[in-house]
Design a protein around this ligand. Structure first.
Ligand SMILES: *[C@@H]1O[C@H](CO)[C@@H](O)[C@H](O)[C@H]1NC(C)=O
Ligand SMILES: *[C@@H]1O[C@H](CO)[C@@H](O)[C@H](O)[C@H]1NC(C)=O
Ligand SMILES: *[C@@H]1O[C@H](CO)[C@@H](O)[C@H](O)[C@H]1NC(C)=O
Ligand SMILES: *[C@@H]1O[C@H](CO)[C@@H](O)[C@H](O)[C@H]1NC(C)=O
Ligand SMILES: *[C@@H]1O[C@H](CO)[C@@H](O)[C@H](O)[C@H]1NC(C)=O
Ligand SMILES: *[C@@H]1O[C@H](CO)[C@@H](O)[C@H](O)[C@H]1NC(C)=O
Ligand SMILES: *[C@@H]1O[C@H](CO)[C@@H](O)[C@H](O)[C@H]1NC(C)=O
Ligand SMILES: *[C@@H]1O[C@H](CO)[C@@H](O)[C@H](O)[C@H]1NC(C)=O
Ligand SMILES: *[C@@H]1O[C@H](CO)[C@@H](O)[C@H](O)[C@H]1NC(C)=O
Length: 399
């Protein structure tokens, strides 16, 4: 009798210990997960949960869910259904998974956690990559989105859904302002300022569809208008603040070249900036604006804006002042050398000025005495032989 009493005491004790030790056991996971697409972006997942009879009466539970098996995105809810955004991505290949746990939230079962239950969400239509290079340009009225169609032969429709800052959901809308320019097709989405930043896009044709967040592709804004004013030795640069939402976290990034020096890059968080100005230089400036702090929005790089002109500088003058005399010198020396070498051709005798002077002095006196007087040239004198022919003949005859 006492044996059975003791036995039961031990048994119930062991049961108690086991119960306390194996916390997870009495907390089963949700069951019968099912889903329903509310629109191309939103899925409503619901489930059931059976309360085990052995669960302490004061134990209260909630559900933890993780969209796409990302523990970082885990959220806790009380109800047995939840709506969330399930996107298949630009490539249309990603499917969504939904993971859920039951968790204890009160003392007797605080931090108890069930095993997980998963469901894979399938797109209601085949998923496919139907667009390439999708991008949207933001402006004050909305978003001008364009893309290169992967299947140009199939008409494509674009729908979108936006979440405002307040997380208020607007219904999925169809885009109506389609256009085509070159290889690109596009559609203009009219949005209010506060809807701009969470816009989900559906592109759909007979081949398939894909859904993605516009921000994850590339939202560009028009490159900022640059205004340059000169203030003596400064160039004051200023940019128009982009008219996009109420954002005031813009960073202006600009590259510039000064004369032919290497390009410099600068960043400023105010829309004005001054750079030193050299009036002999041409400045070429390209700029863009981005919002790294708040959202990944940026503009393309602007066209090159120029200011000033490249002029000959002091440096050039120095070169002129040194090089030209050197060249001249060399020329003179070379011509002297040439002249000396060929002097016999160019000028038979190089007159020595002192010699010329001496000669002048010495010859001067002689010339004075003799030069002016007439000196008769001695005439050739023939020896005069007078022969008296008659006498001779007479003499000859006599002798
Ligand atoms: C989600 O589905 C559940 C169960 O079908 C339903 O009660 C609930 O209203 C749905 N939620 C939305 C937002 O449609
Ligand atoms: C779905 O959730 C809402 C609250 O989000 C709740 O009012 C409703 O009862 C739930 N439906 C079911 C079937 O659990
Ligand atoms: C649910 O998914 C998680 C993470 O992917 C995995 O660890 C777990 O085993 C899955 N549970 C079931 C019941 O398939
Ligand atoms: C959208 O962009 C295209 C191409 O850049 C342009 O032709 C069109 O006028 C723009 N639409 C609006 C409403 O700004
Ligand atoms: C595509 O749309 C245009 C204009 O909406 C229409 O004229 C054309 O017939 C459509 N083509 C196909 C293949 O549906
Ligand atoms: C953005 O898109 C890339 C590829 O398209 C994907 O890997 C990434 O997870 C997306 N990020 C978000 C936040 O959706
Ligand atoms: C450039 O800025 C100056 C001074 O702020 C202003 O007077 C001028 O109108 C601006 N020019 C342009 C084209 O924005
Ligand atoms: C140019 O910028 C400097 C300092 O950034 C400022 O002191 C000056 O007033 C500006 N000049 C003009 C004409 O805007
Ligand atoms: C010019 O600016 C662009 C964009 O900011 C940057 O990618 C590039 O490296 C810059 N070029 C140089 C030479 O700094």
């Amino acid at each position: 009798m006492t044996f059975t009493g003791e036995f039961f005491a031990i048994l119930s004790c062991t049961a108690m210990i086991m119960l306390l030790h194996c916390n997870a056991d009495p907390l089963p996971p949700p069951t019968d997960l099912s889903y329903e697409w509310l629109d191309p972006f939103t899925v409503n997942v619901s489930w059931l949960w059976q309360r085990p009879s052995n669960l302490p009466k004061d134990c209260e539970i909630m559900y933890d869910f993780e969209p796409n098996a990302k523990p970082d995105n885990r959220k806790r809810i009380e109800s047995r259904n939840v709506s969330w955004i399930c996107l298949t991505g630009v490539t249309g290949s990603q499917s969504c998974t939904f993971t859920i746990y039951t968790v204890g939230i009160k003392e007797s079962c605080l931090d108890w956690k069930s095993t997980s239950e998963n469901i894979t969400i399938k797109s209601p239509k085949p998923q496919a990559k139907v667009v390439e290079d999708f991008k949207c340009v933001l402006d004050p009225m909305g978003m001008n989105c364009s893309w290169i169609p992967v299947y140009p032969a199939y008409n494509l429709t674009l729908s979108y859904k936006t979440y405002g800052v307040t997380e208020a959901v607007t219904n999925s809308k169809d885009c109506h302002q389609y256009y085509s320019s070159g290889r690109r097709n596009g559609c203009y989405l009219e949005l209010s300022d506060e809807q701009l930043f969470k816009t989900y896009i559906l592109v759909d044709n007979d081949i398939g569809r894909s859904t993605f967040e516009a921000l994850n592709t590339s939202i560009v804004i028009p490159s900022p208008q640059l205004n340059i004013t000169q203030d003596k030795y400064l160039l004051n640069l200023s940019w128009e603040t982009p008219k996009v939402g109420d954002l005031d976290c813009w960073i202006y990034v600009f590259n510039y070249t000064e004369c032919n020096k290497p390009m410099k890059s600068q960043k400023t968080t105010t829309n004005t900036y001054s750079i030193p100005y050299d009036e002999n230089c041409l400045y070429e400036i390209q700029s863009r604006v981005e919002t790294k702090i708040c959202l990944p929005i940026r503009s393309d790089l602007s066209e090159v804006v120029t200011y000033g002109t490249n002029r000959p500088r002091d440096g050039t003058l120095t070169v002129v002042a040194i090089v030209i005399p050197i060249i001249l010198c060399v020329c003179v020396i070379l011509s002297c050398y040439c002249f000396r070498k060929h002097s016999n051709i160019l000028c038979p005798i190089i007159p020595d000025p002192s010699a010329i002077f001496k000669e002048m002095m010495m010859n001067g006196n002689k010339d004075h005495k003799t030069g002016s007087l007439y000196t008769p040239v001695p005439e050739p004198v023939e020896p005069c032989k007078i022969t008296i022919a008659a006498e001779t003949s007479v003499l000859q005859q006599n002798s």
